[in-house]
Design a protein. Structure first.
Length: 347
């Protein structure tokens, strides 16, 4: 049986472990964290495997066939280079790095070894993503309006922009990656950020809110706004709207798509399939499509299956593609720093 290892036994490591525990065709062999109790707690939860505090020792001892790298944004580098050197397929949590040069070096080493990789941009695996991509292909989108407003996450490194990259890079990268996956590459961004609203969080040193104007290669303009200032669920917001001249789609990540402006009969003509199973309804000029899958489970299993079969074609976010999303969000950060519009360069 192929062996799986995890590096980083914190919040997202726990999320992945809950999926792996259901697998019957994989051996959960090694768990590594700088904090020994965390690695040990994974052994207990899995009911198997060994705990380590040094990933090199884990690699020497366990010799895993695949690894999930679930460390904070500022901890990438040595782990990936050693993993590539040993030829171990790797799933890396987003953001893959905080420094584009480092991400390029890792990507280039991956390409030399033709290593199977995936990145934890699991929202791409939702079933409603296919509906939205279908809409964007059939209707020329003029404007994208993305909003993600929430609170400050609990992990302490998050509130320090030097270690997390800030909200755009660490968190809203999911939403921005979805925009990119649906409408294509950005050309130029102009981002403003503001501080001074979040005053009650200890050791807080990051932007409270930002708004970006973006021009896409397809000609559309976009407005991408995100904030971590919200203290109640009522102040939260998360949505991506794709507007065409005669219709509009609201994409609620991992949840629902609402399409406005397609009459019921037009919906048929536009290729939207009414399955009659309650997951898709026509109501006047609006069509609602509910997501049908657990995207996080599919994301993990897709990578594991790719390693088992040697066929990576079903992976929706390989490392090299995630680097392109990094180029997008890092350009946004650079625009905040310089106060100027920034071209998004693809290297
Ligand atoms: N895909 C998603 O939806 C999603 C959700 C949450 C977090 N994440 C990402 O996962 C990453 C980790 O986030 P988290 O919330 O789990 O953080 P966390 O702080 O809860 O856990 C990270 C763990 O990594 C360990 N670690 C750091 N360096 C290490 C090293 N060299 N060797 C072994 N262990 C090491 C830490 O001790 C810690 O236990 C972040 O990049 C975050 O953006 C992704």
């Amino acid at each position: 049986m192929k062996k799986l290892a995890i590096i980083g036994c914190g919040g997202i490591g726990t999320y992945h472990l809950e999926h792996f525990i259901e697998y019957t065709d994989i051996e959960l062999a090694g768990f590594c964290d700088l904090i020994p109790e965390r690695a040990q707690s994974f052994v207990e939860k899995a009911g198997c495997g060994q705990a380590f505090t040094d990933f090199r020792v884990m690699y020497d001892t366990v010799k895993p066939d695949m690894v999930f790298i679930c460390v904070p944004p500022y901890c990438h580098g040595d782990i990936e280079f050693e993993t590539i050197r040993r030829g171990i397929p790797m799933f890396v949590e987003k953001p893959v790095a905080l420094d584009l040069e480092l991400a390029y070096q890792i990507r280039n080493e991956i390409q030399k070894k033709r290593l199977i990789t995936a990145v934890g941009l699991q929202c791409r695996y939702a079933s409603i993503v296919d509906d939205t991509r279908d809409f964007v292909n059939k209707h020329r989108v003029t404007f994208v309006d993305m909003v993600r407003m929430g609170g400050v996450p609990g992990v302490e490194w998050w509130r320090d922009k030097k270690r997390s990259g800030g909200q755009i890079v660490e968190q809203t990268i999911h939403n921005i990656d979805m925009v990119r996956y649906m409408i294509g590459e950005p050309v130029e961004v102009y981002t403003m950020a503001a501080r001074g609203f979040v005053t009650d969080v200890v050791n807080y040193d990051t932007d409270d809110v930002s708004t970006t104007t973006v021009r896409f290669e397809c000609g559309a303009l976009g407005s991408l706004s995100t904030g971590c200032y919200a203290t109640t669920g009522e102040a939260f917001d998360s949505r991506i709207t794709f507007s065409a001249r005669d219709c509009r789609l609201d994409h609620y990540i991992l949840d629902t798509v609402n399409i406005y402006g397609l009459a019921d009969e037009q919906a048929g003509e536009n290729g939207l399939v009414f399955k009659g199973d309650g997951t898709m309804q026509a109501g006047g000029s609006a069509v609602t499509i509910k997501d049908k899958v657990d995207a996080g489970r599919i994301c993990d299993r897709t990578f594991v299956d790719a390693v088992l079969t040697g066929d990576p074609s079903a992976i929706r976010s390989p490392y090299a593609d995630a680097v392109r999303t990094m180029e997008f969000v890092m350009a946004m950060n650079k625009s905040i720093e310089t106060g100027m519009p920034v071209k998004v360069i693809h290297n």
